[in-house]
Ligand binder design. Structure first.
Ligand code: PLP
Length: 529
């Protein structure tokens, strides 16, 4: 049944339980003890020389779908694991961050690397000073590390950007025009995040294909569209998600690349949700361009990347006009650089690049099969646990999708997604995302125009957090929320929220939320702002 057919709470709601938060204590065991556990790091070069493939479903976990995952530990420690947050009933619990698809916490190794290099930080590329030269070398080394992590070909460029959105906008300005001067044609599916849709609509000549209900049907549609166009106005580029930010599903990259290349189109992969979860190699898949974000790859320091073929990037309009991108400037005209510098005007984000490179090293040091097994176990439990609850529907794009990453979207009939998300935060200390996830066309097509709730997991997620989510949704459906909720300025909030909400807490209050032990956390937040 599609969500649009379900009864929904619309607009401002009367408080579900009489308007005053009902305080019910549901003590949950703090998760601190489950975190940690690093395994020895291997040398990056060793890890990166391993052949990578996107299609492996290498879970070694034989557990049944509904087996509990309480004992599944995070694969790597992340900064902030074990942070306590306040609940409406006056207690505090360890925060369950199930919103890593939006932004993932920094891996501890990334934070350590940033702390290590900060004393060496100085101006990049332009300074004659010793530390400027060290910083420049750090930046350029990071570029090489990131490129190597995704299997960049020898001649590929690795351009440091701000994030995936930035990278795709950059590439949109480099798609070659058609022979008659019209903008180059780009084929894109309606399943995409807006970041992989809007740049093509604005900067190129985009055709948005409505995907089918199966992978097989969608592949056929793509082939037909490319073949039809090839005779008169061929597509220059096929822009495709590496993994859906709504369902974690994907299309088989090897097949897509083969069909696109057959009809003369290049392929750009939106790797925002792929790279943090699966190894991908441009070299072995033949993907032409890959974009991804540091903040989703456990390196939230403001850098993203675009990696891919040099010719379009060297010929394209420099993405930013300014210092660093030019060889020589005269009043009459400017000579632009080629290579990464062409698109990286302004002072580079050396810390962001170093952080992202550190994340790449840390992910490369993990056995890819372990990452898949960990994530599969958590995802399977999420899906089976949620689907076992009456009135819960898990969203799917393709019935035959294989190897989805750890992103699961669902609805609870009778409850607005915003209310579900507010309830999970206020009564259980669980962070999820609600809304339409910057994928309006897809949510509309699937019948979820009113939005949905998304839970996502990564290498820093513990199974206990997933169990908490399943139990909390179960309890919502069985008993309803215990607090009262209202819609204020379009957002669901707790009526008379007793928690020291971040905005009112000031810096001291905000920082106090990072106290790692229950005893320190309890009572350290200002009760009133
Ligand atoms: C699949 C996908 N593509 C692109 C983006 C945009 O990423 P960013 O906000 O880092 O530019 C996101 C962010 O949620 C995403 O999930």
């Amino acid at each position: 049944m599609s969500a649009s057919a379900k009864p929904r709470l619309a607009g401002r709601q009367p408080s579900l339980r009489g308007g005053v938060p009902r305080v019910t204590t549901r003590p949950r065991a703090p998760a601190c003890g489950k975190r940690g556990g690093t395994s020895p790091r291997t040398v990056l070069e060793d890890a990166m020389s391993a052949t990578t493939t996107l299609t492996a479903t290498t879970s070694t976990d034989d557990a049944t779908d509904d087996a509990t995952v309480s004992d599944v530990a995070p694969l790597r420690p992340v900064v902030g694991g074990g942070t306590f947050v306040p609940l409406v009933d006056g207690t505090r619990v360890s925060y369950a961050n199930l919103d890593v698809a939006a932004s993932a916490p920094a891996l501890q190794a990334v934070a350590d690397r940033v702390t290590q290099v900060l004393p060496l930080y100085a101006s990049v590329h332009r300074g004659a000073g010793y530390l400027s030269q060290v910083s420049t070398a750090l930046y350029e080394t990071a570029r090489r590390t990131i490129g190597a992590f995704v299997g960049a070909r020898e001649d590929d460029l690795t351009i440091v950007t701000r994030n995936t959105t930035d990278s795709l906008n950059l590439l949109a300005g480099c798609v070659p025009a058609q022979p008659d001067g019209e903008p180059g044609r780009v084929l894109v599916l309606d399943v995409e995040h807006h970041a992989n849709l809007l740049p093509w609509q604005r900067g190129a000549d985009a055709t948005v294909l409505t995907g089918g209900s199966t992978v097989a049907e969608t592949l056929t549609q793509i082939r037909e569209e490319l073949a039809d166009a090839a005779a008169h106005r061929p597509f220059a580029l096929l822009a495709l998600t590496g993994a859906s930010n709504v369902t974690g599903e994907s299309l088989p990259v090897d097949e897509i690349v083969a069909v696109a290349h057959e009809f003369g189109a290049r392929v750009v992969l939106d790797g925002a949700q792929l790279v943090p979860h699966r190894r991908i190699s441009l070299q072995s898949t033949g993907v032409d361009y890959l974009a991804f974000s540091g903040h989703k790859t456990y390196a939230p320091f403001g850098a993203g990347v675009l990696v891919g073929r040099r010719d379009w990037l060297d010929a394209g309009t420099p993405y930013l006009a300014g210092g660093g991108a030019v060889r020589r400037v005269r009043v009459a005209g400017t000579d632009w650089h080629e290579g990464p510098a062409r698109h990286e005007a302004g002072s580079p984000n050396v810390i962001g690049a170093v952080a992202l490179a550190a994340a790449c090293e840390e992910l490369a040091a993990l056995d890819a099969a372990d990452v898949v097994a960990h994530e599969n176990a958590l995802r399977r439990r999420l899906v089976s646990g949620l689907e076992a609850i009456e009135r819960v529907e898990v969203v799917r794009v393709w019935a035959d999708a294989v190897d989805p990453v750890g992103v699961v979207t669902f609805t609870v009939a009778g409850y607005d997604p915003g209310l579900v998300a507010a309830y999970l935060s206020a009564e259980h200390g669980i962070g999820v995302r609600d809304g339409r996830f910057c994928a309006h066309p897809l949510l509309g097509r699937l019948g979820f125009d009113a939005g949905a709730v998304r839970a996502s997991v990564g290498v820093g997620t513990a199974g206990e957090e997933v169990e908490r989510l399943v139990a909390a949704v179960d309890s919502l459906v069985a008993d309803g929320p215990q607090a009262g909720y209202d819609v204020v300025d379009g957002l669901w909030v707790v009526t008379d929220d007793p928690r020291p909400v971040p905005e009112g807490s000031g810096l001291a209050g905000l920082l106090a939320t990072a106290a790692l032990g229950f005893d320190e956390a309890f009572g350290c937040l200002p009760e009133e702002s």
